[in-house]
Design a protein around this ligand. Structure first.
Ligand SMILES: Cc1cc2nc3c(=O)[nH]c(=O)nc-3n(C[C@H](O)[C@H](O)[C@H](O)COP(=O)(O)OP(=O)(O)OC[C@H]3O[C@@H](n4cnc5c(N)ncnc54)[C@H](O)[C@@H]3O)c2cc1C
Length: 511
């Protein structure tokens, strides 16, 4: 590969960080044929798992790439979630998805499965290589690296900072990380319990603190919580087993016979967001773009969803068929999702750390509302699960489905469902008129140009829907983006007008 200015490259995108987000982005880019190198300073995967909760939208994304099997098989399935560790639980079984639950799986295993997936797709993953800075030029970016044999440089068309909260890429690109430092700390222990609670998820709260416990697939329990002494802005030192036991007893009256900790830690409510997710040849995703209290188990999920939004856009840009400004829509679409993420995790922090008598009443009232108001319960479940994310429509008269994620639509002919079709990582044009009318196609000139350009082709499916999809009842055709969101949908029944509208949608997509 040689750029217009004659700079030689052996990859098109360098990704800093082999956490879940960097690995997922690498696989998404490889799906579209982009040459990718992932640089990761850790010689081995971190065995300590921050995240355990995987939400429905993330499982849908995995299913759109054919990767959900191991996650569904190995994880603990939990039909509910929590908001602010309130007693009133969010009912995930009410979600309209093939996966109406949360999965509990250790992040280290998620990373292992993602790494296998990225490697199988052809990503070059280098451990023991730390990115130390980036320098941009007009048509390339130089990534400075400290490797096992000393410093070296890599040239690429783009660099993706998936290097976590302290992102070197973000700092080197001069992107401000705006927000506030912690005012509340939480504690964490992965332990064995000799007298575990009967429930898969146990929580208890009161004026003396909040505790939540989840059974893990490896037989351990993850304990998280906050006690009033944790409302502080200074760092109290490392978490100890004695402190964990004392906190448990303080809140619940027992320590559940806990012993053999695998990991003891603290986390905080530092809430920050990158001012821009794209800047020139630098893009940010995951914790490099947003940091917040791990409340509701959403950070990794949001990061994987960032990478899913970014992957096909960056690939289309690198492969040369992206419409003008496509890459910037990554910032336009995902930055507001990050704003919402910080909003609800901050709100949850306020509830979790409300230890005063008045704060306890706030918790009690909110918990009752969640129990008594199914629509509030569902709204919060949709928000935490990521299923409510909708990106702006692409045309002034856009159908309300535009920008929403499409569920796993099934078809009357019994063939591949929508997630099966999305496995190619390409756009999917759905002609839902059941095989009647003139076939829909791309504008004549664009189709020829598109076919000649890597990745610009799209998959067409002509079949009527079979299944209960009320929002899709009158849809005659739709264009689904590679990330599973609706680019265009129409109820038009005039064949000529529908064909014209479909050509417009394909044209706007660069197809
Ligand atoms: C206690 C706790 C519990 C959590 N629970 C959940 C949960 O249940 N569900 C959920 O969705 N989220 C949860 N989260 C959040 C989740 O862990 C993070 O959002 C997730 O790890 C972000 O993934 P990432 O790939 O963006 O960043 P990271 O996981 O931080 O990975 C970044 C990678 O970049 C590497 N790196 C760092 N510097 C450089 C450099 N200079 N060059 C190259 N690479 C570099 C790091 O070594 C690391 O491997 C939790 C967080 C905490 C703290």
């Amino acid at each position: 590969l040689v750029t217009e200015q004659g700079i030689a490259m052996n990859q098109q995108v360098v990704i800093a960080g082999a956490g879940p987000v960097g690995l997922w982005l690498a696989a998404e880019l490889r799906l579209a044929g982009v040459l990718v190198t992932v640089l990761e300073p850790r010689p081995e995967r971190d065995p300590r798992s921050k995240a355990i909760t995987m939400h429905a939208r993330t499982v849908e994304i995995l299913a759109s790439r054919g990767l959900e099997g191991a996650f569904l098989d190995e994880a603990v399935h939990i039909p509910s979630g929590h908001f602010g560790i309130l007693d009133g639980r969010l009912d995930y079984s009410a979600l309209e998805t093939d996966f109406p639950f949360t999965l509990a799986l250790l992040q280290a295993r998620t990373e292992e499965l993602f790494e296998e997936h990225a490697k199988a797709a052809g990503a070059d993953i280098r451990r023991g290589h730390r990115v130390t800075g980036v320098t941009e030029a007009a048509d390339s970016v130089t990534v400075h690296v400290e490797g096992p044999d000393g410093p070296y440089d890599e040239q690429a068309l783009y660099v993706a900072g998936c290097d976590g909260t302290h992102s070197t890429v973000r700092g080197s690109a001069g992107i401000p990380y705006l927000g506030d430092d912690f005012t509340v700390l939480g504690f964490l222990g992965d332990v064995i319990l000799d007298q575990p609670p009967a429930e898969k998820v146990f929580s208890q709260s009161g004026r003396d603190g909040v505790i939540m416990m989840v059974g893990l697939p490896n037989g351990q329990h993850r304990i998280v919580g906050i006690v009033p002494a944790d409302v502080r802005t200074d760092w109290p030192g490392e978490m100890t087993l004695e402190e964990l036991k004392a906190n448990l007893k303080q809140v619940t009256g027992t320590d559940f016979g806990l012993h053999s900790p695998d990991w003891l830690s603290r986390y905080g409510n530092t809430s920050r967001q990158a001012e821009r997710y794209t800047k020139g040849r630098v893009v940010l995703a995951g914790d490099a773009a947003h940091q917040h209290m791990p409340a509701g188990g959403v950070g990794m999920n949001a990061g994987i969803q960032d990478a899913t939004n970014l992957g096909w856009k960056l690939a289309a840009t690198v492969n040369g068929w992206a419409p003008e400004g496509l890459l910037d829509t990554y910032h336009d679409e995902r930055h507001p999702v990050g704003v919402d993420l910080l909003e609800h995790t901050r709100a949850q922090t306020a509830l979790i750390s409300a230890f005063t008598p008045d704060g306890q009443e706030l918790r009690s009232l909110f918990s009752k509302l969640i129990d008594e108001q199914p629509s509030l319960n569902l709204t919060l479940a949709e928000r935490l699960s990521g299923l409510d994310v909708a990106y702006g429509g692409d045309a002034p008269d856009a159908h309300p489905l535009t920008g929403r994620r499409a569920s796993n639509l099934g078809f009357a002919d019994g063939g591949k469902s929508l997630f099966g079709l999305l496995r190619t990582g390409r756009y999917v044009l759905l002609d839902l008129r059941g095989g009647t009318g003139t076939p829909l196609s791309a504008p004549a000139g664009a189709a020829v140009a598109g076919a000649a350009t890597a990745g610009a082709a799209f998959v067409t499916r002509t079949a009527a829907l079979a299944g209960d999809y009320p929002a899709w009842a009158d849809i005659s055709a739709a264009l689904i983006r590679p990330d599973g969101h609706v680019a265009w949908a129409s109820q038009e029944d005039d064949p000529a007008k529908l064909a014209f509208a479909a050509q417009g949608a394909l044209g706007r997509a660069g197809l």
